[in-house]
Write a protein that binds this ligand. Structure first.
Ligand code: ZN
Length: 160
Protein backbone atom coordinates (compact mmCIF):
# COMPACT_ATOMS: atom_id res chain seq x y z
CA UNK A 1 0.00 0.00 0.00
CA UNK A 2 1.36 3.42 -0.88
CA UNK A 3 1.53 6.30 1.54
CA UNK A 4 -0.21 8.59 -0.90
CA UNK A 5 -3.42 10.03 0.51
CA UNK A 6 -6.60 8.82 -1.09
CA UNK A 7 -7.74 11.16 -3.85
CA UNK A 8 -11.38 10.46 -3.15
CA UNK A 9 -13.82 7.91 -1.79
CA UNK A 10 -13.86 5.95 -5.04
CA UNK A 11 -10.23 5.11 -4.54
CA UNK A 12 -10.87 3.95 -0.98
CA UNK A 13 -13.86 1.90 -2.13
CA UNK A 14 -11.73 0.25 -4.79
CA UNK A 15 -9.08 -0.64 -2.22
CA UNK A 16 -11.73 -2.16 0.06
CA UNK A 17 -13.19 -4.11 -2.87
CA UNK A 18 -9.77 -5.54 -3.64
CA UNK A 19 -9.22 -6.44 0.01
CA UNK A 20 -12.52 -8.33 0.12
CA UNK A 21 -11.83 -10.15 -3.13
CA UNK A 22 -8.36 -11.09 -1.91
CA UNK A 23 -9.72 -12.56 1.34
CA UNK A 24 -12.53 -14.34 -0.52
CA UNK A 25 -10.06 -15.90 -2.93
CA UNK A 26 -7.36 -16.74 -0.39
CA UNK A 27 -9.06 -17.01 2.99
CA UNK A 28 -6.71 -16.77 5.99
CA UNK A 29 -6.82 -19.34 8.80
CA UNK A 30 -8.94 -21.65 6.65
CA UNK A 31 -9.28 -25.19 7.99
CA UNK A 32 -9.52 -26.96 11.32
CA UNK A 33 -7.63 -26.54 14.55
CA UNK A 34 -5.91 -29.62 15.90
CA UNK A 35 -6.71 -28.53 19.42
CA UNK A 36 -9.73 -26.37 20.02
CA UNK A 37 -11.67 -25.32 23.07
CA UNK A 38 -14.66 -23.60 21.45
CA UNK A 39 -16.58 -24.12 18.25
CA UNK A 40 -19.73 -22.80 16.59
CA UNK A 41 -21.52 -23.01 13.29
CA UNK A 42 -23.01 -20.13 11.40
CA UNK A 43 -25.79 -20.53 8.86
CA UNK A 44 -27.30 -17.94 6.56
CA UNK A 45 -30.13 -19.79 4.79
CA UNK A 46 -31.04 -16.79 2.63
CA UNK A 47 -27.71 -16.89 0.81
CA UNK A 48 -26.58 -20.45 1.51
CA UNK A 49 -23.55 -19.42 3.56
CA UNK A 50 -22.41 -22.02 6.06
CA UNK A 51 -19.29 -22.00 8.17
CA UNK A 52 -17.76 -23.53 11.25
CA UNK A 53 -15.48 -21.52 13.47
CA UNK A 54 -13.00 -23.21 15.83
CA UNK A 55 -11.14 -21.40 18.59
CA UNK A 56 -8.43 -22.22 21.05
CA UNK A 57 -9.01 -19.99 24.08
CA UNK A 58 -6.46 -20.21 26.88
CA UNK A 59 -6.86 -19.89 30.65
CA UNK A 60 -6.40 -16.12 30.49
CA UNK A 61 -9.31 -15.82 28.02
CA UNK A 62 -7.07 -14.98 25.07
CA UNK A 63 -7.83 -16.40 21.62
CA UNK A 64 -4.58 -18.24 20.92
CA UNK A 65 -5.66 -19.73 17.62
CA UNK A 66 -8.66 -19.67 15.33
CA UNK A 67 -9.75 -21.31 12.09
CA UNK A 68 -12.84 -21.55 9.95
CA UNK A 69 -14.14 -23.79 7.24
CA UNK A 70 -17.25 -23.94 5.14
CA UNK A 71 -18.56 -22.34 2.01
CA UNK A 72 -20.46 -19.27 1.04
CA UNK A 73 -20.48 -16.13 -1.02
CA UNK A 74 -17.44 -13.87 -1.34
CA UNK A 75 -18.64 -11.48 1.36
CA UNK A 76 -19.23 -14.22 3.94
CA UNK A 77 -15.86 -15.88 3.30
CA UNK A 78 -13.98 -12.56 3.25
CA UNK A 79 -15.65 -11.50 6.49
CA UNK A 80 -14.73 -14.79 8.20
CA UNK A 81 -11.17 -14.47 6.96
CA UNK A 82 -10.89 -10.87 8.17
CA UNK A 83 -12.40 -11.97 11.48
CA UNK A 84 -9.71 -14.59 12.05
CA UNK A 85 -6.94 -12.09 11.29
CA UNK A 86 -8.50 -9.51 13.57
CA UNK A 87 -9.17 -11.54 16.70
CA UNK A 88 -6.29 -14.01 16.79
CA UNK A 89 -4.07 -13.23 19.78
CA UNK A 90 -6.72 -10.96 21.34
CA UNK A 91 -8.69 -11.34 24.56
CA UNK A 92 -12.25 -12.63 24.06
CA UNK A 93 -13.63 -9.35 25.44
CA UNK A 94 -11.84 -7.44 22.69
CA UNK A 95 -13.19 -9.90 20.11
CA UNK A 96 -16.70 -9.20 21.42
CA UNK A 97 -16.03 -5.44 21.11
CA UNK A 98 -15.25 -6.00 17.44
CA UNK A 99 -18.46 -8.00 17.12
CA UNK A 100 -20.62 -5.26 18.65
CA UNK A 101 -18.91 -2.44 16.79
CA UNK A 102 -19.08 -4.11 13.38
CA UNK A 103 -22.68 -5.28 13.75
CA UNK A 104 -23.81 -1.87 14.99
CA UNK A 105 -21.97 -0.16 12.11
CA UNK A 106 -23.76 -2.42 9.63
CA UNK A 107 -27.23 -2.48 11.12
CA UNK A 108 -27.90 0.58 13.31
CA UNK A 109 -29.92 3.28 11.60
CA UNK A 110 -27.78 6.02 13.16
CA UNK A 111 -24.55 4.60 11.74
CA UNK A 112 -23.52 2.71 14.85
CA UNK A 113 -21.06 3.31 17.64
CA UNK A 114 -17.39 2.50 17.57
CA UNK A 115 -15.92 0.84 20.67
CA UNK A 116 -12.79 -0.30 18.85
CA UNK A 117 -10.88 0.82 15.80
CA UNK A 118 -12.20 -1.44 13.05
CA UNK A 119 -9.07 -1.14 10.93
CA UNK A 120 -9.33 -3.45 7.91
CA UNK A 121 -12.84 -4.43 8.90
CA UNK A 122 -13.92 -1.07 7.52
CA UNK A 123 -13.80 -2.79 4.15
CA UNK A 124 -17.04 -4.52 5.18
CA UNK A 125 -18.88 -1.29 5.94
CA UNK A 126 -19.89 -0.89 2.30
CA UNK A 127 -22.39 -3.76 2.60
CA UNK A 128 -24.48 -1.51 4.83
CA UNK A 129 -26.10 -0.28 1.63
CA UNK A 130 -27.23 -3.82 0.79
CA UNK A 131 -29.32 -5.19 3.69
CA UNK A 132 -29.42 -8.74 2.30
CA UNK A 133 -25.61 -8.85 2.26
CA UNK A 134 -25.33 -7.58 5.82
CA UNK A 135 -26.24 -11.11 6.97
CA UNK A 136 -23.41 -12.51 4.86
CA UNK A 137 -20.96 -10.04 6.41
CA UNK A 138 -22.05 -10.63 10.02
CA UNK A 139 -22.48 -14.43 9.86
CA UNK A 140 -18.98 -15.34 11.04
CA UNK A 141 -19.25 -12.73 13.78
CA UNK A 142 -22.45 -14.25 15.15
CA UNK A 143 -20.72 -17.63 15.08
CA UNK A 144 -17.80 -16.10 16.98
CA UNK A 145 -20.08 -14.79 19.70
CA UNK A 146 -21.86 -18.17 19.92
CA UNK A 147 -18.54 -19.97 20.21
CA UNK A 148 -17.28 -17.65 22.94
CA UNK A 149 -20.56 -17.92 24.84
CA UNK A 150 -20.56 -21.69 24.33
CA UNK A 151 -23.99 -21.52 22.74
CA UNK A 152 -24.95 -25.01 21.54
CA UNK A 153 -27.21 -24.00 18.62
CA UNK A 154 -25.81 -22.86 15.26
CA UNK A 155 -25.86 -19.09 14.84
CA UNK A 156 -28.49 -18.48 12.18
CA UNK A 157 -29.10 -15.14 10.56
CA UNK A 158 -32.79 -15.98 10.72
CA UNK A 159 -32.92 -15.94 14.52
CA UNK A 160 -32.19 -13.16 17.01
ZN1 ZN B 1 -23.74 -14.68 1.48
Amino acid sequence: MSAVAFENNDELRELYRELILDHAKSPRHFGKLEEMTHQAQGINPLCGDKLTLSLAIDGTRVIRDIAFEGSGCAISVASASLLTETVVGKPVDTALDYFSTLTSKLTDADGGTENVDLGKLRALEGVREFPSRVKCATLAWHALRSAINEHPEPASTEQD
